[in-house]
Design a protein around this ligand. Structure first.
Ligand SMILES: *Cc1c(COP(=O)(O)O)cnc(C)c1O
Length: 641
């Protein structure tokens, strides 16, 4: 057979790439591949509502002209608006279909993405949909108070609260905002009532219910008996009795629960809503002025596009989620003969995930080069190598797997004999090449058959793509929790990818890599990639990173925040509506309490001494000092050379 068993690229087209990278599923209609083989995003003009597709790699070129290089986080406010609208309209429709007799009012939990632009965008949406904000700390509350003005939008105060937090929340209520303080711990209640009395205001209270039923999923353990948050049945009764004694039972108006994040299936959503509706009805019967049902977050995102109940996916549509909540509440409330409350949700991930894409470039590829398999063995080579060469030459599509297995064991033998001093390092290297060469040929056949899983090599035998970003900083949930994010090349998608790669970040840490990749069927340890051309700026995108990734990052190896650029469709053109430069080295060092002047001085002493000792000239010393200074001001990531 020929040396290359990969299929002819002639039959490959952008749809083939959409298939192997499963873009149609996780792209959710926003991301697709253009005729030219580039990943595009659909952006809607906020002024005239027209939608157009734009190439991500063209955006990167545009940013380079502004002096912004990769890695860069692209943000698409239009997707944030679109997702928020989708959820809002989903609830409106479910309410209409079910004949539910009240309205929907969403709130966005600030912790999901605290960056100013996100909150500004949310506050903007509030105008249209009375969308509100949820906060979990006093600092988040300071943000929410300054962004909400709509008296119909909710400002939900969760989290543990001290007097200062409570006082600030009640100021918002006094100033006309719809602030609800959710009681998470029985102990909080006394303080809330004391501060409210001092401020001469009647608070609006919520109760956080600890659901009895366990939720599932990666983040699902926040409910049930093991959950850390919320009140159990007896604590709820304590609160009710306390309020009754105080003559303040009508302050209690909201019931809140949060099942946990990324709820993959709807049965849990339904049972939680039903359980909460029962408690709601009982509270009403106890005499509380129950008017609001807050079902928390949990709406999932299909990160791997598998449309399953796996923890990286979901097997329902947004509209089905909305219907599950509305129908379940209605069923129980009607049975209990209780008036329908306003439905509040705190969807975070479901609103924000699509919003951001991290774009990074590949710095270098370490690959096995087929041509390195020698045609001639050096004279006096060991017989083992001659045998490996013979087997390598015999490889065909039919026997590929057998030959790879056999060469794997011969290679192992070579390693052992090297250890015993019988083979030289060069001979051992040749053994590697025959093995990798066979494996690559076998892999080519597999790519053609779309059966990559069947012949997947183990790590160390696939290409390593060294990428200009840090998993710890930019994809913290992948590093810490193994959460899946779709990562794919941004261009050349009209060409067949002929290699399989593993993406390693800049940290050289064994955790500093992407461990699972998108695959036509499930997930894979490898990503189909193209053979890089010399000097090519191969761009990759990590998608669906708008929720939880931006502010959890860790400065491993002192790689800091990336540049951020917001992109809007303005009259059919891309406009960078906001550019925020990422951390420079001095930003990161200052954060870690280094004295920058002190660092400069110490380096200055080093060069001065070196000049005195005659190791360098004083001019060299000067230029080293200015290089050091320049380095402190530079982006923490690598520059393209
Ligand atoms: C984190 C959190 C949310 C958001 O959850 P998602 O799964 O992102 O929708 C909502 N409510 C509370 C109380 C939270 O802690």
């Amino acid at each position: 057979m020929s040396r290359s068993v990969s299929a002819s690229s002639a039959t490959w087209n952008p749809e083939s790439s959409e298939g192997i990278y499963r873009l149609k599923n996780w792209g959710d209609g926003y991301f697709r591949i253009s005729e030219k083989g580039e990943v595009t995003v659909d952006l809607t003009d906020a002024e005239n509502g027209a939608t157009k597709e734009f190439s991500l790699s063209s955006m990167v070129s545009g940013l380079e002209k502004e002096g912004i290089q990769t890695p860069v986080l692209l943000r698409f406010p239009s997707l944030l608006r679109s997702r928020l609208e989708k959820i809002h309209l989903g609830f409106e429709k479910a309410i209409e279909v079910a004949g539910y007799k009240n309205v929907y009012r969403g709130v966005f939990p600030i912790k999901v993405n605290q960056r100013a632009e996100v909150i500004e965008e949310m506050a903007g949406a509030a105008a249209k949909y009375h969308y509100g904000l949820e906060v979990g700390s006093r600092t988040e509350l300071t943000v929410a108070l300054a962004h909400l003005a709509d008296p119909k939008a909710f400002l939900i105060c969760n989290g543990y609260k001290d007097e200062a937090y409570i006082r600030l929340a009640l100021s918002g209520l006094k100033a006309g905002l719809q602030v609800v303080i959710v009681v998470e711990m029985p102990g909080e209640l006394k303080t809330i009532m004391k501060v409210a009395t001092e401020m001469k205001i009647v608070p609006v209270l919520g109760l956080r219910l600890r659901l009895g039923l366990e939720a599932t999923g990666r983040w699902g353990s926040t409910s049930g008996d093991k959950g850390l948050f919320g009140l159990n049945t007896s604590q709820i009764l304590e609160v009710v009795d306390f309020l009754r004694e105080e003559g303040a039972l009508d302050c209690l108006q909201m019931l809140h629960y949060h099942q946990g994040s990324q709820i993959a299936g709807l049965s849990g959503v339904r049972s939680a809503a039903k359980e909460a509706a029962r408690v709601f009805a009982e509270l009403k019967r106890e005499g509380a002025a129950m008017a609001f049902m807050n079902t928390g977050g949990g709406l999932a995102v299909d990160y791997d596009g598998s449309q399953t109940v796996s923890s990286n996916s979901m097997n329902y549509e947004v509209e089905e989620y909305c219907a599950a909540v509305v129908d379940s509440l209605k069923e129980i409330l009607d049975r209990e003969n209780v008036e329908h409350p306003v439905i509040v949700t705190e969807c975070g991930r479901g609103v924000a995930a699509h919003y951001s894409v991290l774009v990074f470039n590949i710095l270098e590829v370490s690959q096995f080069d087929e041509s390195q398999t020698p045609d001639e063995l050096p004279a006096d080579s060991d017989d083992l190598l001659a045998e490996m060469q013979r087997q390598f030459r015999s490889i065909s599509e039919e026997n590929a797997r057998t030959v790879v297995t056999s060469l794997a064991s011969l290679r192992k033998e070579a390693r052992n004999r090297f250890a015993d001093g019988e083979l030289t390092l060069r001979e051992c290297g040749l053994a590697d090449r025959f093995f990798y060469g066979a494996q690559r040929l076998a892999k080519g056949a597999a790519v053609e058959n779309h059966a990559m899983a069947a012949l997947q090599p183990t790590i160390g035998q696939s290409d390593f793509l060294y990428a200009n970003f840090s998993v710890f900083q930019s994809l913290p949930d992948h590093w810490a929790l193994g959460q899946f994010f779709p990562v794919i090349p941004l261009r050349r998608l009209d060409e067949q990818p002929t290699r399989q790669g593993v993406i390693a970040d800049l940290t050289c840490d064994s955790d500093g890599k992407i461990k699972t990749y998108i695959h036509p069927k499930d997930e894979s340890d490898f990503l189909p990639v193209h053979e890089l051309e010399p000097g090519e700026n191969y761009l990759m995108g990590a998608f669906l990173v708008g929720a939880y990734q931006e502010t959890l990052g860790d400065m491993h190896n002192l790689f800091g925040l990336t540049h951020v650029a917001s992109v809007e469709n303005v009259a059919g053109e891309t406009v960078f509506s906001k550019i925020v430069r990422g951390d420079s080295s001095d930003d990161v060092l200052e954060f870690l309490e280094y004295d920058l002047e002190g660092l400069r001085e110490k380096f200055g002493v080093l060069t001065e001494k070196a000049a005195e000792r005659g190791l360098i000239s004083s001019e060299e010393g000067e230029s080293m000092n200015s290089e050091y200074d320049k380095s402190l001001k530079d982006y923490t990531y690598l520059r393209k050379s």
